[in-house]
Design a protein around this ligand. Sequence first.
Ligand code: GLN
Ligand code: ZN
Length: 754
Amino acid sequence: MIYETTVIGYPYIGEQRQWKKTVESFWKGMIDEQTLHAQLKEQRLENVKRQYALGVETITTGDFTYYDRMLDLATAFNLIPKRYAEVEKGISTYYAMARGTKDVVASEMTKWFNTNYHYIVPEYEGQRLRLQSHRYIEYIDEALQLGVTPKPTFIGPYTFFTLTKGIQKEQEAAFLLDLIHVYTELLQQVAQTGVTWIQLEEPAFTTTLNDEQQQLIQALYTQICEQVDTKIFVTTYFEACSAYDVISQLPIDGLGLDFVHGKKENIENLRKHGFPEEKVLGVGIVNGRDIWAANLAQCVTDVRAIEQLVQPTHVWLQTSCSLQHVPVSAMHETKLPQFLQPSLAFADEKIRELVAIRQTLDGTEQTTNILAESLQQQQVLLGHKSRHNEHVAEALRTLQPAHYTRDIPFEKRQALQIEALQLPDFPTTTIGSFPQSTAVKQNRAKWRKQAISNSEYEAFIEEEMKRWITIQEEIGLDVLVHGEFERTDMVEFFGEKLDGFAFTQNGWVVSYGSRCVKPPIIYGDVAWVSPMTVNEIKYAQQYTQKHVKGMLTGPVTILNWSFVRDDIPREVVAQQIALALRKEIASLEDANVQIIQVDEPALREGLPLRKEQHADYLRWSVDAFKLATSGVAATTQIHTHMCYCEFNDFLAPITALDADVISLETSRSHGELIDVLATDAYPYGIGLGVYDIHSPRVPSVEEMLTIATDSLHVIPRQNFWVNPDCGLKTRGEQETIAALSHMVEVAQQLRQRV
Ligand code: GLN
Ligand code: ZN
């Protein structure tokens, strides 16, 4: 048996987020294009060297990007929508598609399978696909020059096809022919560099595949592989490989399976259908999506069991998916609880684990001690007192159905709320955050470094809240927010104040583009300690007669955006968070806050990839939201907010939340929701985002008015809210004020019209 260690992909952001700094400097015009290329190259090579030093034999290239890997392929294939025709070719077009410019909107962005990463959606407008210039060869050449063996990777043709939007049924055949052509040409070019292997990532193979889709996959691969003179390794991830009998027989040279998230089913498939003798089996054995150290002995046992089943001749030991979903290295985390540190494994540590597993399997190194330590660490964590909080256990035991429902049904609540809140028709509001300016960030950085005192830090935030209350009053918004200046992201702020969370100093992962998040680690039982948000809301409220919304992140989003302990079901962790938020909501009510927004942008994100598992996830996640929010008075208005959602198939769960008002991202997904709203009455208050906050562009009144009027006939007047797509924290102050002023003008026009 021959074993090899490999990874599907390595994080490109760099240990200190160098990548982010470089691309953002370029956007700001601080460095020129040449410097951008030079700096990114240096970072890329550094990543290659690191992996090599850690013991990876074949190094993946093409896991690097200038923004997003789907966008890389789309531009390489000339899938550039017409609206960018005026933009200068090359890097300007690339970034215009990613981020929009002042003249042209960005491409749609949506989440990558069931992760918290968002990719740019390729748009087809009937244009011919042509292979354009691209960087893939350069990535390979530079790795070769370093003396390592590169394994170029690409998102595979089937996944690319399923994620491309705008292909009409009658265009499908033409598109696919073109797609085969450009993939073949690309892979042939790559083959000429002399590489032995090319990796194609096909996460879409783990979604449910019907007969037609299976035939398409066969057709795509038969034609592409026939014409490419290199070994092709297809890797699946995030779930078990669907239609395994078909996929394992594709004319490819290796197949990677996820034995972490799809373990049971993948093993079952191997048992049933075997594994083709001549192919390499990729065994995704180390979890690429969490930050927990693996139980190495267990991994070794699992690989041996797999081998016994199918006796492959060649095994690639790999992570379950790309390491892009975990931070770079846990080495420099010095502030974590001591018992936790050795339980963590980020990208580099995971590579070490893979190497240790390989060494154990092929007997090249003595690993007994490493395995024993790994086991002991597992036990320390399992038995730790933070995981056995009696109060939390008691609260969970005594939950009743009444905890999950509001006392009065929505129709009655709505009348009471209209009376109590005294809002105009078409009320305007924002989603919560205002620009996190350099000053806001500097204030926080200084405070973190203890360069300023707590009171200096707070005084600055108070000033900023007060200033923005005035700005909001001047703009004429109806329901105000405090601006979230005290928060870095939506989860960290809460986690820092709740029991059971730990924070890394440098545990960044990309959420989209250059936006990185630092997910907290939920390692113990979650419990509320004291009010988390009341002071800021109360402070902001004293400067206005208008309502200031309470602003919380919902239980499912906190869960989905954290690295979560894996010793109890996620459902139970969600309940624990919900109970903590329920207490926070009660404190807000005690402070006379009458409108409370509980954001759940990640509700949809947590949907399992397989349809048959959706109902169960939705049951417990909707329950968690209701557990958090249904203890309030009838006159307290609960808002929720979600973004990046394709709601066509999601109306039932959002209705089930029983939230009085929902705000949604819709301006980028071009109002697909409207048809759904027209057919299926959604009884609650609803604000469809009237402008895209991901772009610095200030939309005109007319543009927003068009978006708003599109939905006028499907949303009853008393339910209609006017708001942007999402929070404004990444925007500049001037553009924010300008856009919101236009938005308020839209509401005024609507009021006059009807
Ligand atoms: N309240 C958050 C904000 O405004 C919501 C962000 C989000 O939905 N992602 O920033
Ligand atoms: Zn949002």
